[in-house]
Write a protein that binds this ligand. Structure first.
Ligand code: PLP
Length: 307
């Protein structure tokens, strides 16, 4: 592989992540699964794509000016991406989040200089969203409200970026796209672009069970559906149970050498279901983040591994 030339800032290393074929976990030779490994982004998640895009589009439009503070509700990855972008560009960053978010995520945010405002003890992502709206309402001139659930620049990052990368990396061979839902930015952006390129493409959206432990994802029956969601792009909806997501994430590490987060287990479990059912066709999924942020969670428990 060619050695890349020097970058002006760390932001230039966002995106262009590898697409890797899943070998041992997939029993269907005629239905290959390719996984886009977003853990290769500099802070380890897909969300850096959207934080860079949202901030730079807002700067271009004049909505975001020097001295303003970036404000967002986040379960961690978007906050971390924003904190990185804010550090490079010199903006203060305030993140509202649920208390149950893993300790690593809070520590990383603080290391990058961001300030965290927590919800009540029981609060989830909807309460964090409302809290960010309330802070904004108190002082709108001070903040740039990032709004990942409502801001179309979220989907644009995937429409122009992630989808085009997959199209090139597969040489245009994508029959099934299997993607998890959080803000829905990844699915809407990628599905829209790839369906324009291949009208026969089938899109499977993947949600966690109700009252789930799959960080970063939303069950659309119990939580609000993000404004940017477009259900007309979805051909099939799947739900994944926590136990299957966790076990599949562990399998990704042990059997494929891919150390990823819980939602990557969710995505891969669904992709394997599709492969077993369709038996033939190219399946693409996306693994949203790296595993390190989950070391304090039940995903990778301490103690001896399997003998
Ligand atoms: C770990 C993780 N997985 C999946 C997602 C879902 O991606 P999207 O917000 O594009 O739907 C997120 C989003 O926050 C996430 O943090």
């Amino acid at each position: 592989m060619e050695t890349p030339s020097a970058c002006d800032t760390i932001l230039e290393t966002i995106g262009h992540t590898p697409l890797v074929r899943i070998r041992r976990m997939n029993p269907e030779p005629e239905a290959p699964i390719y996984a886009k490994i977003e853990g290769f982004n500099p802070m380890g998640s897909v969300k850096e794509r959207i934080t860079q895009r949202i901030v730079e589009e807002a700067e271009r439009r004049g909505d975001l000016k020097p001295g303003m503070t970036l404000l967002e509700s986040s379960s961690g990855n978007t906050g971390i991406g924003l904190a990185m972008v804010g550090a490079v560009k010199g903006y203060r960053v305030v993140i509202t989040m649920a208390q149950r978010v893993s300790i690593e995520r809070r520590q990383i945010l603080r290391a990058l200089g961001a300030e965290i405002v927590f919800t009540s003890r029981e609060g989830g992502s909807d309460e964090a969203w409302d809290l960010a709206d309330a802070l904004y309402a108190r002082d709108p001139a001070r903040y740039f409200r990032v709004g990942q659930y409502v801001n179309p620049d979220n989907t644009l990052a995937h429409y122009e970026g992630t989808a085009e990368e997959v199209w090139r990396q597969t040489g245009g061979r994508v029959d099934w796209l299997v993607l998890t839902l959080g803000t829905c930015g990844t699915l809407v952006g990628m599905a829209r672009r790839l369906k324009e390129r291949n009208a026969a493409l089938k899109v499977v959206s993947v949600e966690p069970q109700p009252r789930h432990a799959q960080q970063g994802l939303r069950n659309m029956t119990e939580s609000r559906v993000p404004v940017i969601m477009d259900w007309s792009l979805v051909d099939e909806r799947m739900t994944v149970m926590d136990a299957d997501a966790f076990e599949t994430a562990r399998d990704l590490a042990r059997r494929e050498g891919i150390f990823a987060g819980i939602s990557s287990g969710t995505a891969m479990f669904a992709a394997l279901q599709v492969a077993r059912r369709v038996k033939r066709g190219h399946i693409v999924t996306l693994l949203p983040d790296r595993g390190e942020k989950y070391l304090s969670t039940p995903l990778y428990p301490e103690g001896p591994g399997p003998s």
